[in-house]
Design a protein around this ligand. Structure first.
Ligand code: SF4
Ligand code: SF4
Length: 192
């Protein structure tokens, strides 16, 4: 499929930038897309072992969802998996003081396994409001072009809704498959 002018801007900008993938990268909560790739053996074991499991108590779920951009209008972090004894567990790409564990000199090594916030970056919806991270160089182009703003607004809205549907559909599988993975791999456990 031929790419439109805006896809070109985004891709060109990111290809020479990568600022968001190195230097103080926050942890990224993985959706079922990442777990599916692990099951399909599309991510080598050495990389999987570097991932972490984050535990979040029920009462801290709203705080976690806001931090991880999973609160577009309501908490969609709860759609990802099922709780056990009041605790949710999420597979995550860990916080990195330097490079993200998935970053190579050609960019993200596993684009299909990216956490949701990486796929949306630098945009996100929070409690109904469209936001972005100002330091991303892409933002300069948006400030000068209202069409570009509208383009990203609808793209991010659509992707957020699709992610929510996808998460709901695989909610039970996420819970079960992550349990199986934990039996095979000794992930570092982090408490939110
Ligand atoms: S900081 Fe912005 S322009 Fe740079 S790689 Fe990330 S999303 Fe692309
Ligand atoms: S998962 Fe990929 S896109 Fe996200 S920070 Fe790491 S290298 Fe970048």
């Amino acid at each position: 499929m031929q790419k439109g002018p805006y896809e070109k801007i985004l891709i060109q900008q990111c290809a020479t930038c990568r600022i968001c993938c190195h230097g103080n990268v926050s942890e990224g909560v993985c959706g079922y897309n990442t777990i599916e790739m692990i099951i399909n053996e599309e991510i080598p074991l050495d990389y999987i072992k570097k991932m972490v499991v984050i535990q979040v108590k029920y009462e801290k779920m709203d705080e976690a969802a806001r931090k991880w951009w999973h609160f577009p209008k309501e908490n969609i972090l709860k759609d990802l998996t099922l709780p056990e004894n009041g605790v949710y567990e999420f597979l995550a790409v860990p916080y990195a003081i330097d490079n993200c564990i998935f970053l190579s000199n050609k960019g993200c090594m596993f684009p299909k396994a990216k956490p949701f916030d990486c796929s949306m970056f630098p945009f996100y919806f929070l409690e109904g409001k469209f936001n972005w991270i100002d330091w991303c160089p892409l933002i300069e182009s948006i400030k000068e072009d209202s069409k570009l703003y509208k383009y990203f607004y609808s793209k991010v809205l659509k992707s957020t809704n699709n992610y929510k549907k996808f998460s709901k559909k695989h909610q039970k599988q996420y819970y079960e498959k992550l349990k199986e993975l934990k039996n095979k791999i000794n992930f570092e456990i982090i408490n939110f």
